[in-house]
Ligand binder design. Structure first.
Ligand SMILES: C[S@@+](CC[C@H](N)C(=O)[O-])C[C@H]1O[C@@H](n2cnc3c(N)ncnc32)[C@H](O)[C@@H]1O
Length: 206
């Protein structure tokens, strides 16, 4: 990675951090601050956002404990980069799993739930059926007060993913456009262009 690319990632993460803090301010007060929090980053790729996620969640939740982050992706090379980035940043409580996130139960203990599940640049329109299963796993792994957050590269893909998540039992808390999103070379594509926060829809009373 060149130093120019690394400074671009740092700018992207700074914008993500501002967006996350703004969006989570609507929802994070419901998160507990009396026990360590945990994050599940699905399809995390190189997980360049690990430190940003941990710091943002700590700030909005007021938690002073260590925050654990588990990242999962189907591609090992990406996970190797994620692990080496986490080591370089001194993030002790991180773990990266090689897993098909549409079949996540093979990789995680059945009792393991999280306070935040995060999907950066979800890729719903590439394979709607697989990504719907990934979204369902993300929702099913939430603690009662947990939040699921997605970001999207494209307007249309974001709208499709929001609709799919709502059909899968998620309640939209807030969806925000990233004013500082950095444009990419494909028309209409930009980094963390949109971010949406969901919680699990409460079960209807009989
Ligand atoms: C658009 S990239 C986003 C990567 C990363 N979240 C980011 O923003 O840089 C989509 C990621 O999904 C991963 N992926 C696709 N299908 C997957 C699956 N079934 N299980 C786990 N990861 C998957 C790919 O390996 C890739 O890292």
């Amino acid at each position: 990675m060149t130093s120019e690319q690394e400074s671009q990632f740092a700018r992207e993460n700074a914008a993500l951090s501002r967006l996350l803090r703004r969006a989570l301010a609507h929802a994070a007060p419901s998160l507990p601050n009396d026990r360590p929090l945990s994050i599940l980053d699905l399809a995390c790729g190189p997980c360049r956002e690990a430190e940003t996620l941990i710091h943002s969640l700590r700030e909005v939740s007021g938690s002073s404990s260590d925050i654990r982050l588990v990242g999962a992706d189907i591609r090992r090379a990406e996970l190797d980069e994620a692990a080496s980035r986490a080591r370089a940043a001194g993030l002790a409580h991180t773990e990266f799993l090689a897993a098909d996130c549409s079949k996540l139960d093979h990789a995680l203990a059945s009792s393991e739930n999280f306070d935040l599940t995060f999907l950066r640049h979800q890729n719903f329109w590439n394979d709607p059926a697989a990504w719907l299963r990934i979204f369902e796993h993300g929702l099913s792994r939430l603690n009662d007060d947990g939040l699921l957050v997605i970001t999207s590269y494209f307007d249309r893909e974001h709208a499709l993913a929001v609709r799919a998540l709502e059909r899968a039992g998620a309640e939209l808390v807030v969806s925000a456009r990233n004013d500082d999103s950095i444009d990419l070379s494909t028309h209409g594509k930009s980094v963390d262009r949109h971010l949406a926060v969901f919680r699990r829809r409460p079960a209807r009373r009989p």
